[in-house]
Design a protein around this ligand. Sequence first.
Ligand code: SF4
Length: 707
Amino acid sequence: ASPAASPAALAQCPYCGVGCGLELKPPDESGGAWIARGDRHHPSSLGQVCIKGATVGETLHPNRLTTPLWRARIDQPLEPISWQRAFTILVERIQATLATKGPQALAIYGSGQFLCEDYYAANKLLKGALGSNNFDANSRLCMSSAVAGYARSLGSDGPPCCYDDLDLADLVLLIGTNTAECHPVLFQRLLKRRRKGNGLRLVVVDPRATATSDAADLHLAIAPGSDLALLCGLGHLLLEHGGVDQACVAAHTEGFAELEILWRAWQPARAAAVCGIAEADLRQLAEWWCQATGALSLWSMGVNQSREGSATVAGICNLHLVSGQIGRPGAGPFSLTGQPNAMGGREVGGLAQLLPGYRAVGDPAHRAEVESHWGFAAGSISPEPGLAVWQQIEAMERGELDLWWVAGTNPLVSLPSLDRVRAAVANCPLVVLSEAYAGTETEALAHLVLPAAQWSEKTGVMVNSERRVTLCSAFRQPPGEARADWAIFAELGRRLGFVDQFSYASAAEVYAEFVALTAGRLCDSSGLSHRLLAEHGPQQWPFPAGTAPGVGAARLYVDLAFPTPSGKARLWADPPLGLAEPPCDSYPLVLTVGRVLGHWHTMTRTAHVARALKAHPEPLLEVHPSDAAHAGLVDGARAQVWSRRGAVSVKVQITDRIRPGTVFLPMHWGASQGELACEANRLMHELGCPISMQPELKAAAVALTPA
Ligand code: SF4
């Protein structure tokens, strides 16, 4: 149960992975919204917030689901039912599926909005109790290339850096990240340093000019899909100009000989030509990298959402490892997480190939450890990685999934190739949706809708991009009959007969069980508890049992010992491949998609925020003047954007801030936005990185015509 409203509350912001601390004050007697402001004592953000965090109080009340809803057929209206009836439906349908098709016909698609306790209970239910590893999360669209890239290069997932490194680096490479709009508080921290005039250099790699590149010393407006070629060209110049730390390479890495062959083949002129930039700019970046005492690379979806996302993350790690720019202040490869608790989800095992504590379902020892801890018989966890989200879509197309449970996310806006997704989901006999808000695009295809308590109404833990763990205590009652996700999964577990394994009295008990499972792992959080976090505030992991509050490790790999069999980091010589769907005569332009400052993902929250709607009243297609002239488009008119998967209509903004041959759309406005709807992801393809299974949401070939 959640407490009645208290005078003020502390929490982590529920939007992006910066994970700012918020202080929330209740409405006054006249009503209105909760007031959010920055928590000056939160070590990650020191009182700073952006427009989303500052307005989150306005999103807590409107348009909430308050009771379970059910329809036997999708052409019927959803009708209220009791929780008792909802659980009966779930138990009967799960048991029938297990008896007929087996556990592989069950799948859950969760969310980086989950608290760690939600992730943990869902994974334990599906992977442990039911024997299906088909738990995936929207982190698959966001960070899975960073997960795979870190694991390949460094031996484990886990960002090695911390936010203090932004204050200590003298070269910050922002590649594939519009940090100013997507991680605003971190960007403001960089700008604050710049204003002090202390020699910080910013280099931005992005096909568009953005608020981020406006502040850069050097903007490399590369062609979409050429990030890895750029990194290879940079590596070539490190070889030429003494940028290789031979002692570090010899003592702490393996694979340099193969990497050197690759880098030597990427002469600066070749790399610059593929990237569509001036060779002099590439040389300038290399010169600054070689001069830097602390080089820090920040990246986000522009790197991860690529067919070669894992290879590009490894390419970034290569540069840091070869030049000794890792494991020390101001240096390292630092992924910026998208969702507020995608980091926690990774630690809890919230992807189809993972188990808690950065373990893998494919590792027999890992499975045995988790089965024992969870109280299930040996062999309960399947040795096969589960279905990543796009594989879940394909399984529905083939009629192989009987139950698809979506929780805390809105895939009917955020997945690529949306027409194909709609058809696949319509082919699933039981679509369950746990959701806080009514009327989402995904609800339109759901049979059973479960009202979920959201952040602010349930207690639990989130982990931000710098591995900092914050307890978010409930400070409001959930509306109506809404329940915490972890409590829904636990109740279902008990009703399925796993009473001992799911008899939690509180979220604190769930968390205690999870952190015990991290002991001895890289993400060791076994010294943490709800009580410690409540008493001492946010803490960084590793935080083994016995750690004193405030002294969790700021950085990983300070001794340059890596959790690989040899103890050395691995250098990878992945050759650049370019886009999965390059432009052609019929579709001559590359569409890239992204976010805007005021909106969050599929607008389930921010569509209720007046300031966000005023700042971004409608979606706009950014088109270079030369491409607009060629297509016969004028500024402010509407265009049809065509890809192999369909077309959308949207207003045109002609601007020279995007490179010729590339156009940009924001991804927020889904079908539920009425006349403003512009389903950008309907145009994108599902082909992705074969290692991380992350779709290449950042690039698809398109054509433009006047609407
Ligand atoms: Fe929230 Fe991210 Fe803005 Fe911080 S930067 S207030 S975490 S949305």
